[in-house]
Design a protein around this ligand. Structure first.
Ligand code: ASP
Length: 323
């Protein structure tokens, strides 16, 4: 009996062609057309397709991710389904994959896949990536690893993966930890496990969460803007080990005083925030003010976690436990 894989198509370059009038790539390819390019996989898997959307991934929102998570939950709970593969634009693939990783509680493989070249380009990588994703989804070793991203013959954990190059085929990396496995001639080889998986049982989300990137000389006005605009949570991608310019501190204090959870991560792509500095704006001072330390999460990943956590509670101490 062949294993059943549900393919959910959301869009992205993998489903785009060049429009000659625009001389630019636009959404153009439906799920079944994509699957006709990878006919060989029908020999190893029974494929069911769902055309969820056909959007470029900069059009993806947390609310759409939440709707997508319902479709994923529905399908992984089916006894006849071995795994789910989701095609997605690469720009926000890392956000949707981490969103699903946190919110979908399943031991079954859920794989995100995209392409860097569109369907009109020489060397289109979409078909090969889809095949790799399907081979991963039916591999028993892919169970219990959380949501994975498969691109360019490499397998990444959702929590760590990030797009590192605007155009290169090997754009996806887990900068600190590396891929967890590879796809080698359709064989799946895992090198390591994923130990830091987390599930947040959220029935709703709060998408009004801001992300502020730290930079030399920033002041409080940017923080005030989000507080005054009714944002329910703020993530600060701070400098180095988790420090901000002193003029930002009064704005952060105002956010804390209003009971808004403020999560501190670093703009460095490697390493955890560490509250080592006691100078004005230093990480130890921010921690003592009540900021939530976000470990080694990238800023946009911490934002996804806060969006989901705020769907469960707006109690800052409860939210701190999720980080
Ligand atoms: N801009 C495209 C998107 O994210 C890039 C891609 O899919 O590779 O939809």
């Amino acid at each position: 009996m062949k294993k059943k894989v549900v393919m959910i198509f959301t869009g992205g370059t993998i489903a785009m062609k060049v429009d000659p009038d625009l001389d630019a790539a636009v959404p153009a390819v439906e799920g079944n057309e994509l699957m006709s390019m990878v006919r060989d996989v029908n020999e190893v898997a029974d494929i069911e397709t769902i055309d969820f959307s056909n959007i470029p991934s900069p059009h993806m929102t947390p609310d759409i991710m939440f709707e997508l998570s319902k479709v994923v939950k529905e399908n992984v709970s089916r006894d006849d389904v071995t795994g789910v593969v989701i095609t997605h634009g690469t720009d926000t693939l890392e956000e949707t994959s981490y969103f699903l990783d946190l919110i979908v509680d399943t031991e079954k493989p859920v794989i995100l896949v995209g392409s860097m070249r569109n369907n009109s380009e020489l060397g289109y990588d979409g078909a090969a990536n889809i095949a790799s994703a399907i081979y991963t989804a039916i591999d028993p070793q892919a169970k219990n690893k959380g949501v994975l991203a498969v691109m360019n013959n490499e397998i990444f954990a959702a929590r760590d993966v990030t797009k590192t190059n605007t155009v290169a085929l090997d754009t996806f990396k887990s900068p600190e930890l590396g891929p967890i496995g590879i796809v080698s001639n359709n064989e799946i080889i895992f090198y390591r496990d994923v130990l830091n998986r987390q599930h947040i049982n959220a029935e709703k989300i709060e998408s009004k969460v801001a992300l502020i990137k730290g930079a030399a000389g920033l002041e409080s006005d940017i923080v005030d803007f989000y507080v005054d605009s009714g944002y329910k949570g703020i993530v600060i991608e701070a400098l180095g080990a988790g420090n901000v310019p002193p003029p930002m501190v009064p704005g952060i204090q105002r956010a804390i005083d209003k009971g808004i959870p403020v999560v501190l991560v670093s703009r460095c792509i490697n390493g955890r925030v560490e509250p080592v500095y006691g100078y004005e704006g230093g990480g130890k001072v921010l921690k003592d003010m009540g900021l939530i330390l976000g470990g080694n999460l990238l800023g946009h990943k911490a934002r996804i976690k806060l969006i989901i956590a705020l769907g469960v509670t707006n109690d800052v101490e409860e939210i701190r436990k999720y980080f």
